[in-house]
Design a protein around this ligand. Structure first.
Ligand SMILES: NC(=O)c1ccc[n+]([C@@H]2O[C@H](COP(=O)([O-])OP(=O)(O)OC[C@H]3O[C@@H](n4cnc5c(N)ncnc54)[C@H](O)[C@@H]3O)[C@@H](O)[C@H]2O)c1
Length: 317
């Protein structure tokens, strides 16, 4: 299994970088904002929870060390395309570039779609709306995020007046990247998480679509982070049992480290990092390597040929 370790030595790569992040007001997103700032990156983060976002910004900007980066909060609802554009605009206004883009905002299972427990001909007549919201937040907005990120990441405004604020070390080796936060529920079966799991599988699909294409077309890498149980409010419903059974539990900082690692390591592209008990493992490596086993050798050979014909998709989609 391919373990991914957090490498302190790569973190100076992040110094002076402009990072855009959604869902940063609490939990994993907030831990990631803090960690990027400590690494000397400038973080422009958005969240629909304005009070929490502003208070995190206030906390991180008061008495920050000289080595730390700047932090800016802007309220956004990821379902609103133009408010995502506005977040990237803010990064361009402040720093003239976007180097790292992290999509972290999400909501849990909305419920009401496959309940009451036994669906009947009466309950099924009415379409419950919350599921559309959840898919919009957890998947559609992620696709929008990637689209917007690619445009901004490939259009640095080098002549903007405060460009001098950016201090970049290791300029020669750094490459820009998108980091998408999926979930273990984006890789495996997840009973009861009908909408959440569908969306998170979709996020892995988006990362895989970007993997061969974005580095070639935009010089941008893409990776996904797939946390298992992480101690945030999203886990509240099952936390007690989890602790009782002594199952592995991440702290938000453990997941944040994998996000920073994906951003800092210019060789990392196309990985889906399963994070469990504070450790990270690339699940794509095994998935790709064992293709002939689960698809069948003959099928795998034909499939690889088909993939070559499909190429980057430009000629036929
Ligand atoms: N906690 C876990 O066990 C776990 C496991 C797997 C994956 N994840 C993923 O990690 C990421 C972070 O989750 P978390 O555990 O920190 O949960 P969290 O609820 O603490 O954080 C999610 C953040 O997203 C924000 N958000 C939600 N909808 C939004 C919207 N429409 N617009 C803007 N902001 C919005 C929330 O306000 C919140 O700040 C999510 O993508 C989640 O699916 C978490």
């Amino acid at each position: 299994m391919a373990e991914i370790s957090y490498n302190e030595d790569l973190q100076p790569n992040l110094r002076g970088r402009a990072v855009v992040l959604t869902g940063g007001a609490q939990g994993i997103g907030a831990a990631t904002v803090r960690m990027f700032q400590t690494a000397g990156a400038h973080v422009i983060f958005g969240d629909w929870a304005a009070d929490k976002g502003r208070s995190l910004e206030a906390e991180l900007t008061s008495g920050q060390s000289a080595e730390a980066g700047n932090v800016h909060f802007q309220q956004l609802d990821v379902r609103d395309y133009s408010s995502q554009v506005a977040l990237f605009d803010l990064a361009h206004q402040k720093y003239g570039c976007v180097d790292v883009a992290v999509s972290c905002a999400a909501v849990g299972e909305p419920g009401g779609w496959f309940e009451p427990k036994v669906l009947d001909l009466e309950s099924v007549r009415k379409e419950p709306l919350p599921i559309k919201n959840a898919i919009d937040i957890n998947l559609t907005s992620v696709i929008s995020f990637c689209r917007i990120a690619l445009a901004y990441m490939s259009h640095d405004i080098t002549s903007q007046p405060n460009g001098g604020m950016l201090r970049r070390d290791h300029e020669d080796t750094f490459s820009k990247s998108i980091v998408l936060v999926s979930s273990i529920a984006g890789i495996t079966e997840a009973p009861g998480l009908f909408a959440y799991s569908s969306a998170k599988h979709g996020v892995i699909g988006m990362m895989r679509a970007l993997r061969p294409w974005a580095p070639t077309r935009y010089n941008v890498r893409a990776n996904a982070i797939c946390p298992w149980a992480t101690d945030t409010q999203l886990l509240a419903g099952v936390r007690e049992r989890w602790v009782e059974e002594k199952l592995p539990m991440n702290q938000p900082e453990d997941v944040a480290k994998m996000i920073l690692q994906s951003a800092a390591d210019s060789n990392m592209n196309g990985k889906a990092i399963f994070v469990t008990g504070g450790r990270g493992f690339d699940t794509e490596e095994g998935y790709d390597r064992t293709l002939p086993q689960w698809m069948g050798e003959q099928n795998a050979r034909m499939f690889s040929k088909g993939q070559e014909i499909l190429g980057l998709g430009d000629d036929w989609t």
